[in-house]
Ligand binder design. Structure first.
Ligand SMILES: Nc1ncnc2c1ncn2[C@@H]1O[C@H](COP(=O)(O)OP(=O)(O)OP(=O)(O)O)[C@@H](O)[C@H]1O
Ligand SMILES: [Mg+2]
Length: 208
């Protein structure tokens, strides 16, 4: 049996990394084997692309360049990590996947859905998440949570103005358009409440 692909999505500081542990533990309790990965990243080459994409030293990138780099990293992660695990019957929990490209480049950078869908059909044809867990928080709440990090804001976190608001809107629109694959969680709740929502969603949607 093929493994499940579960993706964590949400804006900056929404609680994705915190939620990762909850999903890992829930799958383990259900007797399932899982691995975790993140995007952009997940392989040595993809992590180098991540560094380029997130480093403030990179400066502005053309939005299409940014999208292509995201999908270049994604292809490495899909080929080397995600597909082999799924085929071996191991579940994969991915901290961001193609819905993040829809939100950040499609919505945030205003490229729209079409180039994202086109690249998705080349980079991971036939591969869709079994469940997307969208952690939704107002932009300012997420940014406040990560403000105290000592390494400073990355290229996306430091983007001024309406960018991160468009990202949130695009995520919510994707969720509304794809209710069968998305579960939206109010991530302004406490860590424990968010964890309970995630466990419920996994049991209702995947582990029945
Ligand atoms: N529900 C919550 N309520 C309050 N604080 C939270 C909650 N969830 C996570 N946090 C805290 O907010 C900070 C950001 O959480 P986390 O790193 O999980 O977010 P993230 O979505 O992975 O962030 P990034 O976008 O930077 O990857 C952490 O300090 C975490 O402990
Ligand atoms: Mg994180």
């Amino acid at each position: 049996m093929r493994g499940l692909l579960i993706c964590l999505e949400g804006g900056e500081g929404a609680g994705k990394s915190t939620a990762m542990t909850v999903i890992q533990q829930t799958l383990e309790s259900a007797g399932r084997q899982s691995i975790s990965t993140r995007e952009p990243g997940g392989t040595p080459a993809a992590e180098q692309i991540r560094e380029l994409l997130l480093s403030p030293a990179t400066g502005d990138l053309d939005p299409i360049t940014e999208l292509l780099l995201m999908f270049a990293a994604r292809r490495e992660n899909v080929q080397q990590v995600i597909q082999p695990a799924l085929e071996a019957g191991i579940d994969v929990i991915c901290d961001r996947f193609t819905d993040a490209s829809h939100a950040y480049q499609g919505g945030g950078r205003q490229l729209g859905a079409e180039p994202v869908d086109q690249l998705a059909s080349i980079v991971h044809p036939g591969l869709q998440p079994d469940l997307v867990v969208l952690l939704d928080v107002p932009v300012e709440v997420g940014l406040n949570r990560i403000r105290q990090r000592e390494d400073g804001p990355d290229r996306f976190e430091s983007d001024q103005g309406a960018f991160l608001h468009r990202v949130r809107e695009a995520y919510l629109q994707r969720a509304q358009a794809h209710p069968d694959s998305f579960v939206v969680i109010d991530a302004t709740q406490s860590v424990e409440q968010v964890a309970a929502c995630i466990r419920n969603a996994l049991h209702e949607r995947l582990l029945t």
